[in-house]
Design a protein around this ligand. Structure first.
Ligand code: B12
Ligand code: SF4
Length: 309
């Protein structure tokens, strides 16, 4: 029998409770796995909430990971920091990512994170994994794009950001292989979050007050790839109602019209929901979308411009 060489373990933790699979983390998990890690992902839930001590005792220590990746926004931040500190004290290197450490990397580094990856994760994760597999030499840290860390002399470094991925088609479908799906099962047998589609990332606008400024510029996914993921999920899980989780799904009229026309022409039995933060109202994209299988559309004029709906 050929022995499979053991892969180092990476535990990804989403410590704040959430009722649906966090899409961004499925892509983080996918990237660590593609780079040679054995990945387990733990997502805290309202149904079975664990505090930082329980996460350490019941999830982190039994898995014994080489790296603990923690993904978080600002919600419940003191408890997230208690988790980071508990993991560090127990000897686990902590790598933080997500909206909050992106905005405040130094705060995260001061509260238990050994490393922070700012903004979009994938290319930085590739660099981090290379650093890890080359023996974690401190002199290699400078080559990890988007990384913030503290050096041996106590100086904080913020490495230059990786370029944004402008065609997100290359990232493929969300991957939940490393997730325990039980917390997301509903009484009717569905899994909350399986109906989510990531059709793009970021935002084409540049509002000066935006907390999401690391995501200026819109990375887009081909609409054909979006529809193919919908068809696959329909065939596998019987899903007919989808949620486009990016806030900019409807922002480009031509793309939206192409998507709607394909649904109509191919008589695909789907409805979809989307939220839109800022929208350029040109032509009748909104009306067109309404006639093409739209179940729900949430609008928010957060840009403060007069031409926003
Ligand atoms: C969809 C969504 C939700 C869904 C989540 C479901 C889902 N399917 O993901 C729901 C409705 C449940 C939700 C809930 C909340 N949300 Co929300 N949500 C979003 C939204 C619109 C998209 C998330 C997404 O998919 N982003 C795209 C992915 C690719 O990005 P990402 O998740 O950040 O992950 C990338 C990087 O951050 C990084 N990364 C992330 N984690 C990690 C971990 C490691 C180790 C590494 C290395 C890298 C890394 O790599 C990833 C891939 O590139 C964002 C806005 C946005 N455009 O991001 C707001 C956003 C994340 N939400 C926000 C908020 C405030 C909330 C709530 C607190 C709302 C509330 N009051 O309840 C809750 C928090 C729930 C929780 N426990 O965290 C804020 C967070 C701001 C902040 N400073 O915390 C955002 C940024 C919107 C905003 N601009 O204000 N949300
Ligand atoms: S439209 Fe929303 S996400 Fe885009 S830059 Fe403005 S505030 Fe940020």
């Amino acid at each position: 029998m050929v022995e499979t060489p053991s892969r180092p373990k990476c535990l990804l933790v989403f410590p704040t409770p959430i009722a649906t699979i966090p899409t961004g983390l499925t892509y983080v998990a996918k990237r660590f796995a593609a780079n040679g890690f054995d990945v387990k992902t733990y997502v805290n839930s309202f149904g079975h909430y664990r505090d930082h001590q329980a996460i350490l005792d019941e999830i982190v220590i039994p898995f014994a990971p080489a790296v603990v990746g923690v993904s978080y926004g600002t919600f419940n931040i003191p408890e997230v920091y208690r988790l980071q500190q508990a993991c560090r004290q127990a000897g686990y290197p902590v790598l933080a990512g997500g909206p909050h450490p992106t905005i405040l990397p130094e705060e995260a580094l001061g509260h238990g994170a050994q490393y922070v990856i700012r903004g979009e994760g994938e290319l930085a994760i590739d660099d981090f994994c290379r650093f890890f597999f080359q023996g974690e030499r401190p002199e290699d840290l400078a080559g990890v794009r988007s990384l913030s860390y503290v050096d041996g002399e106590g100086r904080v470094h913020h490495n230059p950001k990786a370029r944004r991925i402008m065609n997100t088609t290359e990232l493929g479908d969300m991957d939940t292989a490393s997730f325990d799906l039980d917390p997301f099962r509903t009484a009717d047998g569905n899994i909350k979050g399986f109906n989510v589609i990531s059709a793009g990332r970021g935002c084409p606008f540049r509002c000066g007050y935006c907390s999401h400024s690391h995501w200026y510029a819109l990375g887009r996914r081909d609409m054909d790839a979006v529809i193919e993921e919908m068809v696959r999920k329909h065939e596998r899980y019987g899903i007919t109602n989808f949620w486009m989780s990016d806030e900019t799904f409807t922002v480009h009229k031509d793309r939206l019209l192409y998507f709607c026309d394909r649904l109509r022409k191919e008589r695909l039995p789907f409805t979809w929901m989307a939220g839109t933060g800022g929208l350029r109202r040109r032509g009748n994209a909104r009306g067109h979308a309404r006639q093409r299988h739209v179940a729900d559309h949430l609008w928010g004029g957060e840009r403060g411009r007069r031409d926003v709906a």
